[in-house]
Design a binder for this molecule. Structure first.
Ligand code: HEM
Length: 349
């Protein structure tokens, strides 16, 4: 549970030098000594009484420590729930809904800004239930204040995928099965929802069409969008969030190609009843046991011939799915983000 300290992280260095000589050679030497340890971006501030030399480094979160805190949070929360559900799927959905607003037409949306903390995104129906994920992550933000919310929300999705398959909560025999997702920090937080898209452009679950996936708006090809939808191996639908009910697979905390295998191998029929009563929720599909579900927007993956080809490939080849998912998810989380290392020099100010 504890956080590891990054020995390199010199967040704030302060030297107090008591001297009767204001701004002496000693003071200059002290300032120079400090600046050797500070990052190039450090700001040296001098105050004269008492003489205080202060060097502030631009904040750098210890990403491994943040990842560990998120993993611990998922595990502790799952233990507390004790019903086989966890934050795993909700964290992945949070990351997706932060990033999936991106439009390559005008560059709007995307995970930069973490604008889901504000209206309009906070109250979009599509984001119902994601306050649970955002609130849970407050504990991590408190422990690691240097990470931006925008990096934290996306990193939570990355950790959830990477951990799904190798934590005790899954009782998974194949430890370490979640694919490693390339991830960079550098997203910045907005201070309002002013720059959010006016309309929620996230795909609708009740529409079974290729256009509804919005892959073209985000800039994904067929293979990438099908791989991304494989995230529905995790988590479940909640009647009090989306109105739909149930998980897609029998192991909702394990990242696997089960979603694709079930899509092609199961017989999916419209759900008619629930717990012995007529189903009065939105149209959805169920498997032969009635315990699993598919959304109309999932079914398009087997109805559209081009999508189906990719589904069949992933159903047979989990490694191919893991590889494609890792690269498409990483791309999704970076849509519209300009990272410091790729910023032209004039954007640093
Ligand atoms: C056509 C596109 C998509 C539609 C219409 C869609 C729709 C939905 C709906 C209705 C839910 C249920 C929410 C709830 O009741 O809690 C859900 C859950 C989820 N979605 Fe999607 N989704 C889409 C694409 C994606 C993508 C691209 C990802 C990730 C890369 C993703 C990851 C998830 C996860 C992990 C959950 C489970 C959430 C939980 O357990 O709390 N979805 N999705």
């Amino acid at each position: 549970m504890g956080t590891r300290r990054n020995p390199k992280a010199l967040k704030r260095t302060r030297a107090r030098i008591s001297t009767s000589i204001m701004f002496s050679a000693n003071t200059m030497n002290a300032a120079l000594r400090i600046s050797r340890y500070a990052a190039p971006t450090a700001v040296l501030a001098f105050s004269l009484s008492p003489v205080t030399v202060e060097a502030k480094e631009s904040a750098k979160p210890d990403v491994s420590a943040v990842k560990k805190s998120i993993a611990d949070l998922i595990e502790d929360d799952a233990e507390r729930r004790g019903d086989g559900t966890s934050l795993t799927g909700t964290f992945v959905r949070l990351a997706w809904h932060c990033a999936g607003t991106y439009s390559k037409v005008d560059g709007s949306g995307g995970s930069n800004g973490a604008r889901m903390r504000f209206d309009p995104e906070a109250s979009w129906g599509a984001n119902a239930g994601l306050g649970i994920a955002r609130n849970a992550l407050e504990a991590v933000k408190e422990k690691h204040p240097d990470i931006s919310y925008a990096d934290l929300y996306t990193l939570a999705g990355v950790v959830a995928v990477e951990e799904a398959g190798c934590s005790t909560l899954n009782s998974c025999p194949a430890c370490g099965r979640g694919p490693k997702i390339p991830f960079r920090i550098g997203r910045e937080d907005a201070d309002s929802g002013e720059t959010s898209p006016k309309e929620c452009g996230l795909p609708d679950a009740d529409k079974g069409s290729r256009k509804n996936t919005n892959s073209a708006r985000m800039g994904f090809n067929d293979r990438e969008i099908v791989a991304l939808l494989g995230a529905h191996a995790l988590g479940r639908c909640h009647t009090d969030r989306s109105g739909y009910w149930g998980p897609w697979t029998f192991a909702e905390n394990t990242f696997s190609n089960e979603y694709f295998r079930l899509l092609v191998e199961e017989r999916w029929s419209p759900k008619m009843s629930h717990n012995g009563k007529p189903w009065d929720g939105p149209d959805q599909f169920e498997d032969s046991t009635g315990k699993l579900m598919m959304l109309p927007s999932d079914m398009v993956l087997v109805q559209d011939p081009a999508f189906r080809k990719v589904v069949e490939l992933y159903a047979k080849d989990e490694n191919a799915f893991f590889r494609d998912f890792a690269s498409a998810f990483s791309k999704l989380l970076e849509l519209g983000v300009t990272f410091p290392s790729t910023k032209p020099w004039y954007q640093f100010w």
